[in-house]
Each structure stands twice: as structure tokens, then as C-alpha cells.
Ligand binder design. Sequence first.
Ligand SMILES: [Fe+2]
Length: 482
Amino acid sequence: MGMFDVRSFLKNEKIKNGFHYPVSISLRGKSIAGYFINHHIAHAASCYYSSGFQDSAIITHDGFGNGFGYHSGLVLYGRDNNLYPLSPNHLSIGSLYKSVAIMLNLGGFGEGKLMGLAPYGKPHFFHQGFVENWFGVGRRFKNVNQLNLWKEYCRNTAKDMGYNMDFLGNKDKITDPINTDIAASTQKLFEECYLYAVNMTRSLLSRSGINTNNLCLTGGTALNCPSNSKIYNEGPFKNLFIEASCSDDGLAIGSALYLYHHIKGNKLSLKTNNTFISPYFGRTIKENEIVEALRIFESKIIYKKINDSAMQAAHDVFGNKVIAWYEGKSEIGPRSLGHRSLISNPTYKDNWKRVNKIKHREWWRPFAPSVLEEEADKWFENMPFPSPYMLFTGKVINPDKIPAITHVDNSSRIQTVNKSSGQYYQMIKEFYKLSKVPLVMNTSFNGPGEPIIETPKEALNFLLNTELDVLYIDGYKVQRRS
Ligand SMILES: [Fe+2]
């Protein structure tokens, strides 16, 4: 490591051009020039080119890595419009996380559920010996598969410590210590491995005389909010950026950005501080599409067009109704950011249970808030602000005031909202005037195991088939006929 100087990489044309290659694509009889772009290069590009940084360390990590054909991520350095791949990483921490979710029988989207389960437990099984990359752990543990080894280690330690093993992976007993402590220990291992990789990257760059303050994190594992906050709070980089579509949903954008900036040589577009690219990438819904859908369901609903949706919705939420808020273009990435959202009042603790029931989710799963950007640091701490993509957890300063969005460890996964979110921002502002609380409880507008609602027809179907109180859909207020 001491002899490895990455500066030579920055001048090496072979490295610069070794991660994509030109191809010719045949489409409807025409031959079109194209490029194959490496998966992790596309991740890095999607993050770096939307960060606004002029230079940055970049870590991409998905999770899967057997140490051979397909590595689990890359470490890169971005400067101006160029991306320089420096080394692969073999963390494999994403697949380890997923395999623990499977062991605990968390079902679909298990990784997200594991992140929500971890705060219920204590990391009693965490062991520093597992903190390294796949090769390092394998070497120390005589090449045993790290994923199985970790799970076996947790089970054996739990047995020795006298845990009741009967409830391991039992859905009805998922908040029993055997499950929550394995979740908490795995979460801690995830965070420590990630922080290890960040520190290694810092040292790799420093030894080569590159002292950037900036870090881009991307790939599916960058969806782990507590880990991101730990890296922000304890890591060696001052600034941390993660894009809204950091999992594979950002690859197409990343490939296009890489082609535009790196291959074609277009300069970075300068971005003023703290402005983030809008996450609302969905298609525009035309009013006639809404009207058409309303007519289909006419016999079952009451609706009217209103010009003060923000105000009326805020009153409903203040009066403890659960509403759906559907506005303009939908958001990219897995997090609900206020354009396809179910909204409720965060000051009533019972809404935690109530909205989980409406969504047919497990009772223990937590909820996140959307908070006015200008008020966020008075309510939450230990995370970067603004934070518009819901990729960091903060500590709740006054848990008693907002119990429905405060997790059992007083953490919360925050989205900050400013006027670029449109009427959604106005609605939270109106709610603030009524409640003196500048945030609402926000969760994705979809049923269990279903994709996020995209069309007006799907939105109306949801209203008719759940205990949702009111639907606001681009200026229309809709309720069920009783
Ligand atoms: Fe990926």
C-alpha cells in the first residue's frame, strides 16, 4: 500500500480508457454508435457528476462479490470531468446484509426491513475481526465464506450467551432479542466495514498527495442511512454526497453522464452550494388523465377541483386524517419524497401503528418525516443538512413531540424539503402554522409488495381499497362515497 501512488493513474491513458469500449448497435436496420460502460463506472458517474464537487473520492459498492469475475465495487477519484478508477473493493458487505435478512425471514425488501429492525436490538455479537474486506476476513478465517461464517458466529455466540434460539427467524417473534440483536450486530458490522473502506480510501489518496475534502458514495449499499450518517459524523471527509438514485436505478443516467463528461470531454456544469438536482424524474401527468380516471370511479367517489390543496391537506393532517399526496412527476429512487406519498400527523404516536395497518406492513417498521429545510436543524442533529433524498438518519432532539416518526433509539430518517418540491413544501408550511411542528410523517404511496403508485387510476384504486381518508391528486380532492 505504501508504494502505491495513484498519481500515475491520473496520467495513464490506458487506465483512463480501459473501462468502456465502443460498440455498434443495430436498431431497426440502422447502425448506431454506442458504448459499453462498466457497471460501477456508471454508479460512480451517476453520483460524481451530480454532486457539484470539482474533485472527489468515490466509493461504489453493491454487495455482491466473489472476489473473481465481478467485483463488488470500485474506488475512484473524480477531477473536473474525468473519472479515474483506482482499485476494486471486495467488501461484500451488501450481500452479507442481505443474507442475514434472509436468515431472519424478513421476506421481500429484506435489507430495508433489517435496517428498521436493528435499532430494537443491541450489537452484542459484533466482532472487530470481521471488519475488513472479503479477502482479508477469508484469509484470517481460513477461507471460509464470510457470509456463512458471520451468521454461524452470531448463532454460536447467542447460544453461548444463553439466548432463546427458538425464535430465530420467527416472523411473529421478530422483535425477540435473538432477532433484533443479530440485526443490530449486522448493522454495526456493516457500518464499521464501510467506515474502514472510507478510511482506506482517504489514506490511499493522501499517500499520493491528493487531499480532497469530498466523498461520493454510491451503489445499493449507500441506501443504508445509519451507515451514511456514521461516515458523515466519524469519517475523514468533510463533505459527503449520495445521489437519489444510488442503487441500480441510476445506471442509465450514470452511463449517459459518463459518456457526456468523460468520453466526450464536456466540462462540469457549475452548481451553487446546497442546490440539489430535483429527484422528480417521472413523467408529467396531464389533467385529462386525472379527469378520465375520476370518471371511471365516479359512482364510488366524491371529488372536486380546488385551488388551495396545500391548505386543505394541512388541515386534514392536523385533524389527524391520513391523506395521500400525489403531485406532478414521481420521484426517482426507492424513497418516497413527497410526490407519491401517504402523509399523516407525526405528533400522534398511534399513527405509527395505524399507517402500518393501512399499508399492511409489519407493526414494528418505522416511519420517516419530511421536514422544512429551514427548520430541520432545530429538530434533528448528527446528520448533514440539507438532505433532500432521505439518505441519512439523524437524532431526534425532542422525541416526545414527534413520537410517530421517532424510532426506538431516537433516530429518524429525514428528508428536508424546500420550495423546489412544489406544493408539497407549501402543504408542510401550512401544517407548521397549525401545529407548530414543521414536519409531516411521510411514507410511500403503495400497497404491500406493490410498486409505487404512478397513475391516477392506481391512486383511486388505493383510496377505494384501504382506510386512507383523503386523496389529493394535482388539485383534485377525492374521498370515498360512504
Ligand atoms: Fe449496482
